[in-house]
Design a binder for this molecule. Structure first.
Ligand code: PMP
Length: 421
């Protein structure tokens, strides 16, 4: 029964019922955390071989991996990921752990030194980025940290609202856009070929406009289906803007989240530009880890086989989240949520104006959720309705308890709002 259809007495009774359910929840003394999209220890165990298999040869492509040098990263590993990411090997760099550092650094380099095709360092003028929202909070944190103004645009099922994007890129201060093309964080959206082609051919006032194409979940399917990412490098080249995209990826959610390998792909000019700056800050990446990864993963198929094993662990967790949402919240029509086919998150929209209340109620019942608004620039969700659910880390039993508790909090917050109207 929807809350709108209840009489005053029925609504008071419903509120009392939810208050009692919440009191019971608090009594349970839970201590649960579904805040961040970290792999579980079962998932990390899948890559135990990385730590126990000896690195076979030390010399790779004439480079002793134990030594300095080799700024582009090891060819063996770049070959595997070039195929998975659909980019030429020569245009793909392998780095250290954390593609987030590559994103951060590439923006810092642009701010301080400018980019190919640009006439001045970005810091010389106002810099704005388009921030499809809901989106990844750490992208937004980079912008905020560097004083880049973010302009929210709506993230839809097939990518950002292109009408809004087109209107904003008429401003020469708009230098970039964040895109998570496949299984986006947090909605699981996949950018369509058409939207990717539009982004590639967009007329922008800034001639050094960049697409930060963060393909963090390129091979992270939750079903047997694979959503192939659009070929942003090819599309941009064909549209006459070869330097527009910078693509990022990593093995963080393939092997070990804290000890993986990151990747950056771009035009030959962008790659040379990036290397010219990283050569100042490092004498080369961790090639021992890259060689371990190449030997452990073996081939593109080796990566896909490993991802299938992740799926076996992750899919039941996502199924549990979706089942509880639909059983507990569905009948009352107090929320909508995404049903992702990959990635690490479920995006939950509760009754407008109640997300912060839900997060607070959950906290007071021992359930940690990502702060309300985290998926929006400056942490401000204009409708205060979005909550990001990260099912991967807790064991299934804890996740079940956390989701049942969350559902109780969503219902109580919705009932409180309806009763006070
Ligand atoms: N991009 C997105 C969209 C992510 O969700 C995450 C991890 N939460 C990252 C990047 C982080 O990647 P890395 O570990 O390579 O820094």
């Amino acid at each position: 029964m929807t809350l709108d259809s209840l009489s005053r007495d029925q609504l008071d009774a419903f509120l009392a019922e939810q208050q009692q359910a919440y009191a019971d929840l608090q009594q349970a003394g839970l201590k649960l955390d579904i805040t961040r999209g970290k792999p579980s220890s079962d998932q990390l165990d899948l890559s135990e071989g990385l730590l126990t298999t000896p690195v076979e040869a030390h010399v790779s492509g004439g480079v002793d991996v134990r030594n300095y040098g080799g700024g582009t990263g090891l060819t063996e590993l770049r070959e595997i990921f070039a195929e998975l990411l659909g980019v030429p090997v020569g245009q793909l760099l392998a780095g250290n752990n954390a593609s987030l550092s590559m994103m951060h650094d590439s923006i810092v380099f642009a701010m301080l030194h400018g980019v190919p095709g640009g006439s001045a360092p970005w810091k010389d003028g106002p810099v704005k980025f388009l921030a499809p929202a809901p989106g990844y909070d750490r992208h937004f944190a980079i912008c905020e940290h560097l004083g880049i103004e973010m302009i929210p645009v709506e993230m839809r099922e097939d990518g950002p609202d292109m009408e809004a994007v087109r209107a904003h890129v008429a401003d020469p201060a708009v230098k970039g856009i964040w895109i998570v093309p496949t299984y986006s964080n947090p909605t699981g959206a996949v950018v369509s070929e058409q939207v990717a082609a539009e982004l590639a051919s967009l007329e922008t006032a800034a001639d050094d406009f960049r697409i930060y194409w963060d393909n963090a979940y390129a091979v992270h399917d939750l079903t047997e289906e694979h959503a192939k990412s659009a070929d942003i490098l090819g599309l941009c080249s064909a549209a006459g803007h070869p330097d527009r995209p910078l693509m990022f990826a990593s093995t963080s959610k393939i092997t070990l989240a804290g000890s993986g390998v990151s990747f950056l792909a771009g035009s030959p000019d962008n790659i040379a530009w990036y290397l010219s700056h990283t050569a100042i800050r490092t004498i080369g990446p961790d090639k021992v880890n890259q060689l371990r990864h190449a030997q452990f993963l073996g081939s593109p198929q080796g990566v896909l086989d490993l991802m299938a094993r992740h799926r076996e662990i992750l899919a039941p967790k996502f199924d549990t989240v979706l089942r509880i949402l639909s059983e507990r919240l569905g009948p009352h029509e107090v929320a909508t949520w995404t049903t992702p086919k990959g990635g690490y998150f479920v995006s939950l929209d509760v009754v407008d104006g109640t997300a912060s209340r839900v997060v607070q109620l959950a906290k007071e019942a021992g359930i940690s959720l990502t702060p309300a608004g985290a998926s929006f620039p400056y942490g401000k969700d204009p409708r205060d309705r979005n909550i990001r659910i990260a099912p991967s880390f807790p064991p299934l039993q804890e996740l079940t308890l956390a989701m049942e508790g969350l559902a109780t909090c969503v219902l109580l917050a919705a009932a409180e709002k309806a009763a006070s109207a």
